[in-house]
Design a protein around this ligand. Structure first.
Ligand code: SF4
Ligand code: ZN
Length: 325
């Protein structure tokens, strides 16, 4: 879909800022059924190769990148390491693909894995096209590769997201992750553009069906509006609305019934206009239940949730279906 690719690319030109400090924070996560501490490091690299070419319609991560060379990345890692306090999980992200040698040269990839080898698990992210490089990262550390799929439906991937690969291609790479003895985390989007609320719920759940045999963890990302993206323009013109938190809850409940692995959900900008939200009155409660669910894995977290807006949400699901015909 050449036109969509070109349109998406125009949003990025001239926007790359000079930012140098990696982002670091600590959070809770689960490891082998226990709640543990996690160290999160976002390295500033040149970013996602696909984003630099065209990019996914909802992705604004290109704004966090700049053309860092090898020495600069090494400096970022060593600086970050000073803040590492032996957290069990280490997440090293790049706003792109850790395994892409154009972003992080191979020797640096190895250096980073070795540097944090005291961690019980290291999580990295990559697009499918770079998974082959995993074979170079054989070491003692337990590595989990998070690979964005967003949707297992090729039409959604191509026309609603501009993902740049098909489900078949993603699946081939997912098998390689397992072949190289690594764990696989799958990102699934909740409410790609152009889908009704109900179709978005169906799409996320169907995607779970198609990856449940291979994923160790499924991580849901309810769409948030990033600035300077195609999606932001749609949102400003009333052509897109982020998912209701009720839709997120429904996806998580349905996923829990059909999938035995770990389910996570991080609601970026939750409760805000740019993120997944409900009526405003119940948002905090629902967000807290979603956070608890990600740690406890128990659907019971959603049991006592309710609000008058839930009826409004149900109506919307029906009305949108009716209009769609
Ligand atoms: S969502 Fe991932 S693959 Fe898509 S442009 Fe952003 S960083 Fe690249
Ligand atoms: Zn409400």
């Amino acid at each position: 879909m050449k036109e969509l690719e070109e349109f998406a690319a125009t949003f990025k030109r001239d926007l790359l800022k000079k930012v140098k400090k990696p982002r670091i924070w600590k959070e809770k996560d689960i490891l082998d059924g226990k709640i543990v501490n996690a160290f999160v490091l976002i390295l500033r690299t040149k970013g996602c190769r696909w984003a630099n070419k065209a990019g996914c319609l909802m992705c604004g991560y290109f704004k966090e990148t700049y053309d860092a060379g090898k020495d600069e990345i090494l400096r970022q890692i060593n600086e970050a390491y000073k803040q590492y306090e032996g957290e069990e999980i280490v997440k090293i992200f790049t706003s792109g693909s850790f395994l892409d040698e154009e972003e992080i040269p191979l020797e640096l990839q190895r250096y980073i894995i070795k540097k944090f080898s005291k961690a019980k698990k290291i999580i990295i992210e990559s697009r499918p096209e770079f998974i082959e490089n995993l074979k170079e990262l054989d070491g003692e550390a337990r590595i989990e590769v998070a690979m964005g799929l967003e949707s297992a439906n090729d039409l959604v991937l191509e026309y609603a997201i501009n993902k740049g690969f098909s489900f078949k291609e993603w699946r081939k790479a997912a098998k390689k992750v397992k072949k190289y003895g690594k764990e696989l985390k799958v990102y699934i989007l909740i409410k790609p553009p152009f889908l009704t609320e109900k179709d978005a719920i169906r799409d996320a759940v169907k995607s779970v069906e198609k990856v449940k045999d291979i994923a160790d963890t499924i991580s849901f990302n309810p769409v948030a509006i990033h600035s300077k993206t195609v999606l932001e323009r749609m949102w400003r013109h009333g052509l897109y609305h982020p998912p209701w938190l009720w839709s997120v809850v429904e996806v998580l409940e349905k996923a829990r019934k059909i999938y035995d692995g770990i389910i996570k959900c991080d609601v970026v900008a939750g409760g805000k206009m740019r993120g997944s939200h409900n009526c405003g009155e119940c948002d905090k409660k629902v967000l807290s239940a979603i956070r608890n669910f990600s740690l406890t894995q128990r659907a019971e977290e959603f049991k006592n949730l309710d609000c008058k807006c839930r009826e409004e949400w149900r109506d919307l699901l029906e009305v949108e279906e009716f209009i769609k015909g």
